[in-house]
Ligand binder design. Structure first.
Ligand code: GDP
Length: 202
């Protein structure tokens, strides 16, 4: 039986008031539209359709909360960075993220999905700064790693680690091949258990 076979959808929240029970610990998963975030979430919980892969990028402006085990949650943050999203939607996204990152006491870590072939964009840096402002630990999943050759994957990982420094860990990830899924699960487990230290902690 998979580690998260009892994972279940809790709620979709469009505002601070709707986030619900803030006890226990929560890890957020974020990424640009089309980064492979939904596929990553489904691979991590090993449920095919827990997070619906998005046909219309950038539409959902809600935080989707999933319970992994009692008191341990994953929060799927709305995708960002899609060029065709109107300014009003971008502003609503920003407000929701401000609410979430400043108000969610149970939030302990950020899993950031970045398309390995595209690399970090400004909006990814924004997410990392939200996390840093809260003192959260962050881990970057360099997604769709199956699309890279071995040498290219190695180089991509080394560059990402160099660019991130102490701000976040980084790993290769592929929902397609399964590469890095267990490592991501271990990071989530350790973070939810309070075992991953903020950079700079002793
Ligand atoms: P989201 O918008 O960030 O939630 O991204 P999705 O999970 O919906 O994926 C966006 C696109 O990338 C879809 O066409 C997926 O099939 C594809 N994709 C996602 N993960 C992988 C992966 O690990 N490998 C490959 N080759 N394609 C992927």
């Amino acid at each position: 039986m998979s580690r998260y076979s009892k994972a279940r959808f809790l709620r979709s929240a469009g505002s601070c008031a709707a986030f619900g029970d803030d006890s226990g610990r929560e890890v957020a998963i974020a990424g640009r539209s089309n980064s492979g975030k939904s596929s990553a979430l489904n691979a991590i919980v090993r449920q095919r359709n827990l997070a619906r892969t998005s046909a219309t990028p950038g539409r959902t402006q809600a935080v989707n909360l999933f319970e992994l085990t009692p008191g341990r949650r994953l929060a799927d943050l709305p995708g960002y960075g899609h060029a065709r999203v109107p300014r009003s939607v971008q502003e609503a996204w920003r407000r929701l993220m401000d609410d979430y990152f400043s108000g969610r006491g149970s939030l302990v870590g950020l899993l950031l999905v970045v398309d390995a072939r595209r690399g970090f964009q400004e909006s990814d840096e924004t997410m990392l700064s939200f996390a840093a402002a809260r003192g959260l630990v962050s881990q970057v999943l360099l997604s769709k790693a199956d699309k890279l050759g071995r040498a290219e994957a190695k180089q991509t990982l080394a560059s990402a680690r160099a660019a991130l420094g102490a701000r976040a860990g980084a790993q290769l990830f592929s929902a397609e091949s399964g590469e890095g899924v267990e490592a991501a699960q271990r990071w989530i487990e350790a973070t939810l258990a309070g075992h991953v230290k903020t950079p700079g902690d002793p």
